[in-house]
Design a protein around this ligand. Sequence first.
Ligand SMILES: [Zn+2]
Ligand SMILES: [Zn+2]
Ligand SMILES: [Zn+2]
Length: 315
Amino acid sequence: MAASEEARGAPAEAPDVARGLENLPVSAWPPGAGPPPFQYSPDHVAGPGADADPSQVSFPGCGCRGAPCRPGSCACLRGPAHYEDDLSLRARGAPGPLFECNALCACGEACGNRVVQRGLRFRLQVFWAGAKGWGLRTLDPVPEGQFVCEYAGEVLGRAEAQRRLRLQAAGDANYIIAVREHVRGGQVLETFVDPARVGNVGRFLNHSCEPNLLMVPVRIDSMVPKLALFAARHIWPQEELSYDYSGRFLNPMDSADPERPEPGEARKPCYCGAAACASFLPFDRSLFGPGATPTRGQGGAAAAPQLEGPRLPSR
Ligand SMILES: [Zn+2]
Ligand SMILES: [Zn+2]
Ligand SMILES: [Zn+2]
């Protein structure tokens, strides 16, 4: 049988959506089908208007050699430890600013403050999710708190993010995410990421009003945060992975303040199927200039959430 398959030129392995660039291959379902091509990058890349190069090392490392990185002694851990011994996220809901050990740290790869940088540890699959378009699911069980994947793409300046949104036609999927973090002194730090042209598996995550992932900004080498998605609860094999584009799930304090569209404004329906479904995808007016018509996508398409979460220390 193998011989006849070879004779027909059948590929020996299923195609990898991640093109060999992740720790694990990312399969596609159904066999023979796959999402439209895009440039795969497991990490952020600098796009137009980006304030900082996401690949630049901008933090000093800690000097922990021989002793594990622990709060009190490790310069990277200014508050309590971010992760448990099993590498699960410790603080759920409203974590403080999260800095992992970086390229300049004296500790080794086994340091417990290196989690997101280890990359994919559960097998993921891009699959056709019907009305939602392409989606992402796990093939392995994922215990609560474990890191699943990043939402990586082009890091944009605000003007470029707005320009791209305005260029979208009605019905175009919107992948651009806007993350806002409150900095000491009342400042708001904004990060815009667009994985439409260059991005990773995170671009296939659909919105859900009852998501099983939560997004946490994690800084490693660069001031540009990685947008890390952790399991909000135990996730079973074959379950679709989702998060709340509005960021409400990360910070329930903000749930009373959803941005509401004017009557008559076009909104995209939500197909998440949750009992608490809001019927429409979240809406972020602030990205749009006056008169601009927002479009929201579902089907690997991210609306723009507000992660009104971590307060960053001034460093
Ligand atoms: Zn350390
Ligand atoms: Zn360390
Ligand atoms: Zn360190």
